[in-house]
Design a protein around this ligand. Structure first.
Ligand code: MN
Length: 232
């Protein structure tokens, strides 16, 4: 048995719908610009780009319903409502036609983003890490097993702030569907059980302020609500 110098950190995990069990999170991958209208609102041409990936630390996940401290170093915290894919069996170079067999289930997540830090990083040619991967930056609904959710290919994906709709898209607007994302990502890294993939956001991203109540829905999959707390 390994003896650690001090007790290792707890395994990050998410709730599972209808179960006391929790889903142990290994890595959190995110897809950039996967909806054409969002790519355009960020000043990019959606037709020209292959999918690209970034990641968040596994312990950036937190359960829906939580109060998220407004993070430091930003005056422009943005919401990005996203379908989350939970990987149940791993692999490298997964063929597209087998990709969905590796999915354990799905959830509704919010890719919280310090947009001002991201804009500065883009301008300076620096990494996005601290714009995307900070504490509490990946709130997610309870995960729903595929046996209940199926593999959603269409359905509304919406987000409201204090009751006002901000994002209202459809999963069928995804440039790269889930099977393609898994296949392409697995050429870059070996996927393993417990990996999460946040699959990109539809148009309508915008700023949050302390006290905001954020509610998201992915039709046929899951709902998420979070409240922004005061500044950390
Ligand atoms: Mn995103």
């Amino acid at each position: 048995m390994t003896h650690y110098a001090f007790p290792p950190a707890e395994t990050p995990s998410l709730a599972i719908a209808g179960s006391e069990d929790r889903f142990p999170v290994r890595r959190v991958y995110c897809v950039g610009r996967n909806y054409a209208a969002h790519a355009r609102e960020m000043g990019n041409d959606p037709d020209r780009e292959p999918p690209f990936f970034f990641s968040k630390p596994a312990d950036a996940v937190c359960d829906a319903g939580c109060i998220i401290p407004y993070p430091p170093l930003t005056e422009d915290l943005h919401h990005e409502m996203e379908l989350v894919v939970a990987i149940g069996s791993g692999g490298a170079n997964i063929p597209e036609e087998e990709a969905l067999l590796h999915v354990w289930g799905y959830g509704a997540g919010i890719d919280l983003t310090r947009r001002d830090l991201q804009a500065e990083a883009k301008k300076m040619g620096r990494p996005w890490d601290l714009a995307k991967g900070f504490d509490f930056s990946a709130p997610c609904s309870p995960l729903v097993p595929v046996s209940e959710s199926g593999h959603p290919e269409s359905g509304r994906i919406t987000l409201s702030v204090n009751g006002e709709t901000r994002q209202d898209g459809d999963l069928d607007e995804q440039i790269w569907p889930v099977a393609d994302i898994i296949a392409i990502l697995s050429r870059a890294v070996e996927l393993k059980p417990g990996d999460l993939i946040m699959t990109g956001t539809p148009a309508g991203v915008g700023a949050l302020v302390p006290g905001d109540r954020v509610e998201g829905l992915i039709e046929g999959v899951a709902e998420i609500s979070i409240t922004l707390g005061s500044r950390a």
